[in-house]
Ligand binder design. Structure first.
Ligand SMILES: [Zn+2]
Length: 73
């Protein structure tokens, strides 16, 4: 019956840590570049505009391409 008493002990309130803007900027830029590269491979990597030969990348992201409404075939 004392199992609940241990969880009822007061704990210090958890405060969110503010991330300074200058430390956040490079990570936001990295995420944006990563998102653009992913968007390129999903939306454009095929035919004349391919960076990697063959149809492996095209087939790998094929469902994502249709899901996002990019023209395909
Ligand atoms: Zn398709």
């Amino acid at each position: 019956m004392s199992s609940l008493s241990s969880s009822a002990t007061p704990r210090p309130a958890v405060q969110p840590v503010a991330i300074p803007w200058r430390e956040l900027q490079p990570w936001l830029l990295f995420g944006a570049v990563l998102a653009l590269v992913l968007l390129y491979f999903v939306g454009t990597e095929q035919g004349v505009f391919h960076l990697i030969g063959g149809s492996g990348v095209h087939e790998f992201v094929h469902d994502g391409r249709h899901l996002l409404g990019f023209p395909c075939h």
